[in-house]
Ligand binder design. Structure first.
Ligand code: RFL
Ligand code: PHB
Length: 389
């Protein structure tokens, strides 16, 4: 087998890149470790920046998003059970859209299949090889049979635990990491959202977030200690704790019900530099991770796709390497700003085990400043709706 670009990983970044390349007539094959059902069943991100929406439009997958997505002009922040509003629209003239990553992934799968794109699911032992030569190739197993695809370039879109990043020599790659001493316990429940707006709450017991997918599907998260056992959290215990942390009006009106999904995710910030090595290009979570507090992970994966797609287009038009050489620099400059914002949101809204009384006062005054200063709100809003590409 031979193709122009092998894309390792069929999550949102791999699928979007595949679709955009196919539109430009650049041949590509996606190798995905999991089944389609698994990939399109994962509950993850919910908030899309305008730049992400534009990219999905370009990929021809915005019909359902335009019908079923919800535009949010405001978010709420809460501190000691008192909520206040950040008006994104007034502050930036932009909004965000709530539309689940699960739906984005389904839409991309559907269009790629309809347009005869090439996704190989259940691909085992995928390995990019000879990416520092003129003849790169990728090997994998499908139904127990060894396969090999020769290609020009490889895109590593295989998430944080993928294989692609690990083939870059240790002497070339440098990583930057912060692990947070807590996780998020998230539930999905078939109940109406407690508020029309997302609520990010700082509370003495820890952070909480009220989010949603649609009028009858709510997504809630609470900060929990690391290594917390999911079995320890009955639905009742979750709701009781959530109510303690939300603003009083929300806690009084929330409709609770059975959870249909419940999981715990650890929080970390991670970046590897550079994001490319010779003919291998890392995209999305394969190169960086943000804590979910700023809703940036999926959006960053999409901005990486923007830079790489443009570079690949130029490469196939002009057959020079210049644009590809700039990919890592261009992507990282936006990545670090989102890393900073997500770290700041996390630090400002969570309780840290070792938090001193001084740290606590700094956190209190940061949030009070946000409530009362338009300048401070503007900084948050500009980052939350997404910095320009
Ligand atoms: P993904 O989604 O991890 O996809 C990688 C794909 O690669 C496959 N794979 C392999 N395939 C072949 N060979 C291998 N060796 C492979 N190893 C892995 C995997 O099966 C998978 O299909 O990475 P991608 O495409 O870069 O997308 C990144 C986003 O999924 C991620 O950043 C977001 O979900 C993060 N995130 C959020 N982002 C936002 O922008 N807004 C949010 O509101 C938001 N909320 C969240 C989040 C992530 C969360 N969790 C669970 C991590 C909320 C949560 C709780
Ligand atoms: C979500 O709805 O899953 C969600 C929303 C906002 C975040 C993180 C997750 O910051």
């Amino acid at each position: 087998m031979r193709t122009n670009v092998v894309i390792i990983g069929g999550g949102p970044s791999g699928l979007l890149l595949s679709r955009l390349l196919s539109i430009d007539g650049i041949d590509n094959i996606v190798l995905e470790k999991q089944s389609e059902e698994h990939v399109t069943g994962r509950i993850r991100a919910g908030v899309l920046e305008n730049g992400t929406i534009q990219m999905l439009k370009k990929a021809g997958v915005s019909d359902r998003l335009e019908k079923e997505g919800f535009d949010h002009d405001c978010i709420q922040l809460s501190f000691k059970n008192h909520g206040f509003r950040i008006n994104l629209k007034e502050l930036t003239n932009k909004h965000v859209t709530v539309y689940g990553q699960t739906e984005v992934t389904k839409d991309l799968y559907n269009i790629i299949k309809k347009e005869n794109g090439n996704i190989i699911n259940n691909a085992e032992d995928v390995l990019p090889q000879a990416v520092d030569t003129d003849a790169p190739f990728v090997t994998f197993k499908k139904d127990g049979v060894e396969k090999k695809i020769k290609c020009d370039l490889v895109a590593g879109c295989d998430g944080f635990h993928g294989i692609s990043r690990t083939v870059i020599p240790k002497s070339i790659i440098k990583s930057f990491e912060r692990k947070y001493p807590f996780g998020w316990l998230g539930i999905l429940s078939e109940t109406p959202p407690v508020s029309e707006e997302l609520i990010y709450a700082n509370h003495g017991n820890g952070f909480a977030l009220a989010s949603m997918r649609n009028e009858n599907l709510s997504r809630y998260y609470i900060q929990t200690p690391l290594n917390e056992k999911i079995e320890a959290w009955t639905d009742q215990k979750f709701w009781d704790e959530l109510k303690k942390r939300l603003p009083t009006e929300a806690a009084e009106t929330i409709i609770t019900g059975r959870s249909i999904e419940k999981s715990i995710a650890p929080l970390r910030s991670f970046v590897c530099e550079p994001m490319s090595w010779e003919k291998l290009f890392l995209v999305g979570d394969a190169a960086h991770i943000v804590p979910p507090t700023g809703a940036k992970g999926l959006n960053l994966a999409v901005s990486d796709v923007y830079y790489l797609h443009n570079a690949l287009k130029k490469y196939y038009q002009s057959h020079t390497n210049e644009s590809l050489k700039k990919y890592s620099y261009n992507a990282l400059s936006r990545v670090w700003k989102a890393i900073r914002f997500s770290w700041w949101m996390t630090t400002t809204f969570h309780k840290f085990p070792e938090q001193s009384s001084f740290d606590q006062r700094i956190q209190d005054s940061e949030i009070e400043y946000l409530e009362n200063s338009v300048a401070s709100q503007k900084v948050l809003a500009e980052n939350y709706v997404g910095l320009p590409y």
